[in-house]
Write a protein that binds this ligand. Structure first.
Ligand code: PLP
Length: 732
């Protein structure tokens, strides 16, 4: 089926002997597959899986690809065998109800956004593993943000880029060295269709540069009630090299980068105009999309006839900016030549000089040696700016204090809204069932309320422990399957494949560590004293095992060396079968890990982790965090809801910091984590551990949910920005 062939959801179907013709049944399944709402509905996921469990897994959980392998007749037969009709009908009805629901939180709390929605810009969106247009944390956060906006009914449209090769797939070679593979995504297998303007015709936008025009088509992806528009430069009018411009996420050099950001920002605002959408708020998720403000100013000047300066003030009032990283490489910088080549024609329309334009991206506007920084542009052209955790707020205010040299640090206008995760996407089916049994009815609609989660303390400890162990066994089976397949692919010996099939033990304390292999995240911290690690892993009474996963940026050689070192631990006979590295970390791998481990470990060099969200996902499923007091954990840890490594201090000398943090990590494991885990009662239950799991869930799940995060954005950023209130920054 082609991507233009959308199924009208409301068409009445003729009755058939089964109550539904084969054709109608097929159409209903397709309608379900074409709105990513299904990706957070366990009931619909199970439905797709049941159609063909093996193919479901092989196809990366992509229901469109799965259905493409069925004819309506075969689907009908399969549905009869499994008695799926009522489940399909029920799911379809729920989707329709969801899409037409009007009594939402957003209707009550964000009504003014109704006709002028928030336009949320991000260069990556991680909604589901089958839609590979994300690389990591930033993308998954954007995905969770729009899913929660959908659930809450906050009027919001999202704008990004479509990468037909996405981010790379990771494979390790025999030496444990990372190899990157880029695969073409089949567009017809993605839940997208061409976005159409008022005239019903697909939209193409055009951006002039000093070096010729750039064109992009626009895709529409439906994520529940939110429309996600993705721009794509693969159009025939573009020069061959420009057709590839949006094929890879974070691929190419600085010139590719600025061109992608030009398309996302300037192109994104033009696409919204062509779609007839007038945003009331621009939310720039990271500086990458900050060029959007310049096109916003241009349109405002044309519409209102106001001057550049007045229009700039107006757009800034309606713009919210979120900064995500204290690491310098995370802030894009471009030289004057690249800026003039790409923004020159837009600058002409704005009627400003080159120096004026450069000044918008410089801390010191007159400093000719300073490049143009996207974060500076974002900060200057937004009235409201925020960091993503309390600690990151302090760090960001210090980092950007020189933009406001007349202010003391506490008055630097950058607040914070701590990140959160979309609960339905990360909560396992088994834990959801447990919550259903013990939480108030309709608890899913009240996830931001602390009282709801107090219900966990009434759960029988044995029941919680059993549920956790079910999930842990599923994780271990997943890891064995993946690792043994990966060994086979590399052409390793039969013994190696067999060993992988039998690795890991469900009775052993299991630690998960998975994230991007940037060096500041210190995946090797626990390897600093190998003898000590070996002693812990092989302790006859109280052993531990570790599962690692993560990609290094293709250009990050030190990161790749870290991966190699960890992957090669499997050859260390002393650690036999207790250290695993799972290739190709993505949303799917993350979901398995955070749902099944006992402990989720995070040990970045403080304060470089802006927030982190994977630990929040682990909380929902009963894992305990063991983390440096950095990012979200610095404000989350209360002494009884997980474990802290160290006491939240940093040293100017990183070598000293690393040595001390490693010592603290070993000590916390030795003195707290391991004894608590193996302290069992006569029924074999670790009562004090289970109590800590309950404390973690009840104190953290509601606070670090994306529903809470989006509600915070609505109250402190979107509503003031929509009103264009001229009050000072009011985020903290
Ligand atoms: C949640 C998630 C992340 C972000 O987690 P961190 O704690 O910031 O590392 C990164 N990658 C994937 C695939 C995720 O699902």
């Amino acid at each position: 089926m082609s991507q233009t062939d959308t199924i009208p959801t409301g068409t009445p179907q003729p009755p058939a002997p089964t109550g539904l013709s084969a054709e109608a049944l097929y159409n209903k399944c397709n309608a379900l597959a074409r709105n990513l709402w299904w990706s957070w509905q366990p009931e619909v996921i199970n439905l797709f899986r049941d159609l063909d469990p093996i193919r479901w897994r092989q196809l990366d959980h992509n229901p469109i690809a799965l259905l493409a392998e069925f004819t309506p007749e075969r689907l009908d037969m399969r549905a009869s065998e499994l008695v799926l009709f009522s489940r399909i009908n029920h799911a379809f009805r729920r989707l329709k109800e969801y899409l037409s629901e009007t009594a939402t939180w957003g209707r009550t709390h964000a009504g003014v956004l109704g006709s002028k929605p928030v336009a949320y810009f991000s260069l990556e969106f991680g909604v589901h593993e089958s839609v590979p247009v994300y690389s990591g944390g930033l993308g998954v956060l954007s995905g969770d943000h729009i899913k929660s906006a959908s659930g809450l009914g906050v009027p919001l449209v999202a704008v990004g880029l479509f990468y037909d090769q996405g981010y790379f797939k990771q494979q390790l070679d025999m030496d444990g060295y990372q190899r990157e593979e880029y695969l073409d995504t089949k567009v017809e297998n993605l839940p997208m269709e061409p976005a159409r303007g008022a005239d019903g015709k697909p939209i193409t936008i055009r951006i002039d540069t000093r070096n010729g025009p750039l064109l992009a088509k626009v895709w529409l992806m439906r994520v529940g009630r939110v429309n996600l528009y993705l721009l794509d430069c693969d159009v025939k009018e573009n020069r061959p090299e420009d057709r590839e411009l949006t094929s890879r996420l974070y691929g190419g050099d600085n010139r590719t980068r600025i061109r992608q950001e030009l398309v996302a920002g300037v192109g994104g605002v033009r696409a919204l105009r062509a779609l007839g959408i007038t945003p009331g708020v621009f939310h720039l998720n990271e500086g990458h999309s900050a060029f959007a403000t310049l096109e916003g100013i241009r349109q405002f000047m044309v519409d209102s006839g106001m001057s550049f300066d007045d229009s700039l003030r107006q757009i800034a009032r309606h713009t919210a900016f979120t900064t995500h990283t204290p690491v310098p490489a995370g802030h894009d910088r471009f030289d004057g030549g690249l800026i003039e080549e790409h923004l020159g024609p837009l600058r002409d329309s704005l009627g400003i000089s080159f120096e004026q334009l450069m000044g918008l991206g410089r801390v010191e506007p007159q400093n000719e040696h300073e490049p143009f920084c996207m974060t500076v542009l974002g900060l200057k052209l937004s009235r409201r700016a925020n960091a993503v955790s309390n600690l990151h707020g302090y760090v960001s205010r210090r980092m950007w204090a020189h933009l406001w040299p007349w202010r003391v640090e506490e008055e630097i206008p950058i607040g914070h809204i701590t990140n959160g995760v979309h609960v339905q996407s990360w909560l396992s089916y088994q834990m959801e069932q447990l919550y259903d049994r013990h939480f108030p009815v309709n608890w899913e609609r009240r996830m931001g309320e602390p009282e709801v989660w107090q219900g966990i303390h009434d759960v029988d400890p044995g029941e919680l422990w059993e549920t956790h162990n079910t999930l842990k066994n599923l994780l271990l089976a997943f890891v064995r399957r993946r690792v043994s397949r990966q060994c086979r692919r590399r052409g390793e010996s039969d013994e190696a494949v067999e060993a992988a099939r039998n690795m890991l033990d469900p009775n052993i304390l299991t630690i998960g560590f998975a994230r991007r292999f940037a060096t500041y995240k210190r995946a090797d911290l626990i390897l600093r004293d190998m003898d000590r690690l070996v002693a812990m892993v092989t302790d006859p009474e109280h052993p531990l095992q570790i599962i690692f996963a993560g990609k290094a940026h293709p250009a990050d050689e030190p990161g790749k060396q870290l991966i190699k070192r960890i992957a090669n631990l499997r050859h260390d006979k002393r650690l036999a079968g207790r250290i695993a590295f799972v290739e190709d970390y993505d949303i799917n791998v993350c979901r398995h890990l955070i749902q099944g481990v006992d402990v989720w470990m995070n040990n970045p060099r403080r304060p470089l982790e802006a927030s982190g969200t994977s630990g929040q996902k682990a909380v929902l499923n009963g894992a305990l965090n063991l983390s440096i007091l950095d990012g979200w954990w610095a404000e989350a840890y209360d002494g009884s809801n997980g474990f802290a490594i160290g006491r939240g201090m940093q040293h100017v000398d990183t070598a000293k910091t690393d040595a001390r943090d490693a010592e603290d990590l070993y000590r916390t494991l030795d003195e707290q984590v391991i004894p608590l885990y193996y302290d069992r009662d006569i029924d074999g239950l670790p009562q004090r551990w289970i109590k800590r799991m309950m404390n973690s869930i009840s104190s953290l799940a509601w606070r670090f949910s994306a529903d809470r995060m989006v509600a915070d954005y609505v109250r402190t950023a979107y509503l003031p920005a929509a009103g264009g209130l001229s009050c000072e920054m009011d985020l903290h």
